[in-house]
Design a protein. Structure first.
Lengths: 333, 700
């Protein structure tokens, strides 16, 4: 009897995440949803909101502390599940991270209780961990997961592209971040938010990654400030159509014509960013075509990964970066 | 309030800090019609002063800021000096106010960023506490703390984000209270409420009026440019915000000219770049404003375009406009500003005529009055530091270089001395200059100060300059020591009181070090960080000079080994007085690791080495010879060292070391080691057990 072994060319199907729903990240310091944002949630049947509750940072006393805790000025529409998400600055992993596992879980639970946030079944941790901090971070995740288990809750974590080639963190599933894939310093050559050339090398690791995954895609744009060719800063939702201050010189490129200072929300060095006449501002955002191509490539490499798509982020100023048709395509499994 | 440095009354003593520390002179803006002294917390100083006056205790300055650390339940036992004083006085009214203030300050605004997140009940309770404080504050019927209680009401509303209530409270109640620091504070909160309810322009006006620089900068962050000025002018040609914007523009122009090529400095000083096109545009626009006649402050606009013209190099226009501005309508501050700017601008095109010196005399006397230098130590909170800045910018960056160009170095020096006597931050420049010049130049400067054929301005500068007999004699004596003229130095140092030396920075070292100690056998290290002026029993410089003169006389009369012993002693003394010596204070006012010999300094170290070499050659006293060999090794080690090169041999996986044999220290070390090998019986423990010697022997 001849046994014919057929080698199947199909990709091995890794487990997708449980209970997938169209989702968004909410990444601001104050929870308030305006009508445009509420409409977005309705239009795309968003079922989950990954809400950044707070960051964990190393404070001035070298202690690990919560920071930039969200202020709940509004409530999440009924029927939408809230997944508290905590951003841990990688620097924290060099300190005694396991001392805060209990504190962190308790804090999240207390925040839910204080603000009447019901039905929370999951917690997500976001951290740009590296080989050096991996052990401490994974140990911390183990602790958090055990604590959550006792409360019938699960744990998820964000996964950056470069982390696909590293060991799998001890969580129930991962969210593959398909944004911030490039370098800001090279942003004149490549789109730092999402560029296929930056994604391609990691695709080979995707199928074999032994953790249920879903994907998060960007809908935001950046305004990048340059002095000459030197990247200086990211501006925050600056009105570049203000012709007293900026002159449009090309598609997505503006010249600063009057020196101004703007509050800086991103830099730790200064509370203002100074724009001098002659500086230029480049607007970068991934084009919808790229986004859809990447989305489809991911589905091809790892079927099921797009069963749940999370848009980063829910913000009135970003929503209109894509058309409803684009969102339909992105939310499609 | 800007902090300023109070120099030691004996100014020379501060040279140490000058020589060792880095030196960065801030950019002193000339244009000031908007009192930027109020930019830092404008209210804190007065509040502090109130409690200092109330308690009669300087500690209250800090105690008022730590009232928030007092727990309400511990209030009655608190040792906070303000609370304790009120308790001691039996001042119930003050105690009641403080109790309520403490309750408010204990409201936990930071709880949202603690690990222990507050419960719904805790948040509600916290809000209720603030409400309670507000209710009690609003119920106050007395007079003494009426404004403070009203402020408390507004602070509570602010905490509770009840901005509309704050607007109403200000309009109906707080605005009708008498003028006070508290009323200003309330108005500032009122502006915040306006801002938070969308009335941004009104808020900006108030911030500008109050001089709340942080808030105004935020408020007008997109208007800090020519377009913003034009826009604001179009909306209201007499707004307070416009005054801020015009001043900000002129100062940013100055900053851009000074530091525009360094984005880091621009960022640090929060300046926005203003370039040629903007300057021209501003000059034109200011002319338009003046022509339209809508402004009530033509003095400001005229001075602004005058000073921008000055910076743009349009000297004639600048002078005309800055003169003219002083006669136009505007506040006194605006006119004073034009006068100060004119003083600076005038230097660029001035000639050293009697008329110009007379003008300088009048303006410096005026600057003296404006800056109130004399009141600074006792009333610094109320001093307008802007005129200190003007003095510095005019004097140090402009007039002194101009005087030097005109061949007036002593007048320039005297002017620096005026700055030193006024204790301006750059005042130490004078001390540095005095220390740098030679003894003959110092004598000439002294002659100029005392007997110069002076015009009025020179006479004023000579009189006001920080220079007296003690300065002169100490400096001359020290310079002569430094130049190796010990006998000559005695004449000057004898006239210097010991008390004068005791108040110098070097007294710390002088009181604790002995120049007779053989430096190569025992070092005398002291911690720089513990340095404090110390009374000295005698002037070691004078003692040193007398010892040197006496020693030289003995050496002249001695011969043979006795002479060698005396020369050895002299070698040590010379080295001690060098910049490498432990007793560097004998010939210097400052010292540091990177110090170099002064320009006219005697070659103490070279002389020491020559003496030691000579003794080594001539002596038959082996012990003395050994000490000389060792001393030379010490000196070459301190001054040059030797270099070891290490190369890795990849084939044999070993390190190869090589030493440069031409280095003096190498040669000295070789002699020392050879001497020790030849005379082991004479080799003391400190050499046989010395790690450095062992290492050298291994390497050799």
């Amino acid at each position: 009897m001849l046994i014919v072994v057929v080698v199947c060319g199909c990709k091995p199907e890794r487990k997708a995440i449980d209970n997938p729903k169209p989702a968004v990240y909410y990444w601001r310091t104050s929870l308030y949803l305006d009508s445009v944002e509420r409409q977005f949630l309705r239009d795309y049947n968003v079922g989950k909101m990954y809400v950044r509750y707070f960051d964990v940072v190393v404070d001035s006393k070298k202690q690990l502390s919560p920071n930039a805790t969200i202020a709940f000025k509004d409530s999440v529409p009924q029927g939408i599940e809230v997944i508290p998400t905590i951003f841990i600055v990688n620097e924290c992993c060099k300190h005694n991270l396991d001392t805060i596992a209990q504190l962190l879980v308790d804090r999240v639970l207390k925040m839910n209780e204080t603000h009447d946030i019901k039905g929370v079944k999951e917690l997500q941790i976001d951290c740009d961990w590296s080989v050096k901090t991996q052990d401490a971070y994974f140990k911390f995740l183990e602790q958090v997961r055990q604590l959550l288990k006792a409360k019938n809750m699960t744990l998820s974590a964000t996964i950056r592209l470069h982390q696909l080639s590293m060991p799998v963190p001890p969580v129930d599933y991962g969210v593959l971040m398909m944004y911030n894939t490039g370098e800001l310093k090279n942003s004149k050559q490549r789109n730092p938010i999402l560029d296929k050339r930056d994604v391609a090398p990691y695709l080979k690791n995707l199928a074999a990654y032994e953790l249920p995954l879903c994907a998060a895609y960007p809908n935001f744009g950046w305004q990048l400030l340059y002095t000459g060719d030197k990247f200086r800063d990211i501006l925050y939702s600056e009105d570049l159509n203000d012709t007293a201050l900026y002159r449009k010189v090309d598609e997505g490129k503006y010249l600063v014509i009057s020196s101004i200072d703007l509050p800086n929300y991103l830099s730790s060095n200064s509370s203002y960013t100074y724009l001098n006449a002659g500086d230029s501002v480049m607007v970068v955002k991934p084009d919808a075509q790229t986004l859809v191509q990447v989305h489809d490539a991911l589905s091809h490499e790892r079927p099921g990964i797009n069963n749940q798509v999370i848009i980063y982020s829910l913000n009135k100023s970003s929503i209109n970066n894509y058309t409803p048709n684009d969102y339909e395509k992105i939310y499609r499994p | 309030m800007k902090k300023f440095i109070v120099l030691s009354i004996i100014a020379v003593a501060t040279l140490q800090a000058w020589a060792c520390g880095g030196w960065f002179r801030p950019n002193y803006y000339m244009f000031s019609v908007f009192n930027r002294n109020m930019m830092d917390n404008p209210f804190i100083n007065e509040t502090r002063q109130y409690w200092v006056n109330y308690t009669g205790d300087e500690r209250a300055e800090y105690a008022c800021e730590s009232l928030g650390n007092v727990k309400p339940e511990e209030f009655d036992k608190s040792d906070n000096v303000i609370i304790a004083t009120a308790r001691k006085k039996g001042d119930k009214e003050t105690l009641n106010y403080l109790r309520l203030l403490v309750q408010y300050l204990n409201h936990d605004g930071s709880a949202y960023n603690r690990w222990d997140y507050p419960s719904k009940e805790e948040i509600a309770q916290d809000k209720a506490e603030v409400e309670k404080v507000k209710t009690q504050a609003a119920a106050y019927k007395g007079k003494k703390y009426k404004s403070q209680y009203a402020l408390l009401v507004m602070r509570c509303n602010m905490t509770l984000e009840k901005h509309q209530e704050n607007i109403a409270y200000w309009e109906k109640t707080a605005s009708k209270l008498g003028d006070s620091v508290y009323k200003n504070w309330m108005k500032d909160i009122y502006a915040g409420a306006l801002y938070n309810t969308g009335k941004k322009d009104q808020a900006c006006e108030i911030y500008a009026e109050l001089g709340d620089m942080t808030s105004i900068k935020y408020c007008v962050r997109k208007k800090r440019n020519l377009n913003g000025i034009k826009e604001e002018y179009a909306a209201n040609p007499n707004s307070q915000t416009l005054i801020f914007l015009v001043q900000d523009f002129v100062n940013n122009t100055q900053e851009t000219l000074d530091n525009g090529s360094d984005p880091e400095i621009m960022q640090n000083v929060e300046a926005t770049g203003i370039y040629e096109q903007d300057m021209d545009g501003f000059i034109e626009f200011a002319g338009q404003v003046l022509a339209e006649g809508k402004t009530k402050s033509p003095a400001m606009w005229e001075a602004a375009r005058g000073f921008v013209n000055y910076m743009a190099g349009n000297q004639n226009d600048a002078i005309t406009q800055l003169k003219n501005a002083q006669h136009l309508d505007g506040t006194q501050r605006m006119k004073d500003n034009a006068r100060a700017c004119l003083l600076l601008a005038s230097i660029k095109s001035a000639q050293p005529t009697n008329d110009y010196y007379n003008y300088l005399l009048g303006e410096y006397k005026w600057l003296d009055q404006m800056a109130r230098f004399g009141d600074a130590e006792n009333d610094y909170a109320n001093i307008d530091m802007h005129y200190w800045d003007v003095f510095e910018r005019v004097t140090y960056d402009n007039l002194v270089p101009q005087l030097q160009e005109w061949g007036e170095p002593y007048l320039a020096m005297a002017l620096l001395g005026v700055g030193n006597s006024r204790k301006v931050p750059s005042g130490d420049t004078y001390l540095h200059m005095l220390d740098e010049i030679s003894s003959s130049e110092l004598e000439a400067f002294d002659e100029y100060i005392r007997n110069g054929d002076h015009n009025g301005f020179e006479a004023w500068a000579a009189k006001e300059c920080h220079f007296n007999a003690n300065n002169f004699n100490d400096l001359m004596g020290t310079k002569l020591v430094r130049e190796g003229e010990f006998r000559g130095a005695i004449n000057y140092l004898e006239k210097v009181p010991v008390s004068y030396i005791s108040e110098q920075g070097i007294s710390y070292y002088m009181a604790r070090k002995d120049y007779n100690q053989e430096i190569w056998l025992k070092r005398q290290f002291l911690s720089f960080y513990r340095a404090e002026n110390t009374p000295v029993k005698s002037n070691a410089k004078l003692d040193f000079c007398r010892d040197m003169v006496a020693l030289d006389e003995k050496i002249d009369q001695a011969s043979g080994e006795e002479k060698n012993e005396l020369l050895y002693k002299k070698a040590n003394l010379l080295y001690q007085a060098s910049h490498k010596g432990d007793c560097w204070y004998l010939a210097h006012y400052s010292n540091g690791v990177y110090s170099e010999p002064a320009k006219s300094e005697y070659d103490f170290i070279g002389a020491t080495r020559r003496l030691l070499r000579s003794i080594e050659r001539n002596t038959t006293n082996m012990e003395l010879m050994q000490k000389c060999v060792f001393a030379q090794t010490f000196i070459t080690g301190e001054t040059s060292g030797y270099s070891v090169t290490a190369d890795y041999d990849w084939g044999n996986k070993t390190w190869n070391y090589s030493i440069d044999p031409d280095k003096p220290h190498y040669r000295a070390m070789t002699r020392l080691v050879d001497f020790n090998i030849q005379h082991p019986e004479l080799t003391p423990d400190y050499i046989t057990k010395c790690d450095i010697v062992k290492q050298f022997m291994a390497l050799r």
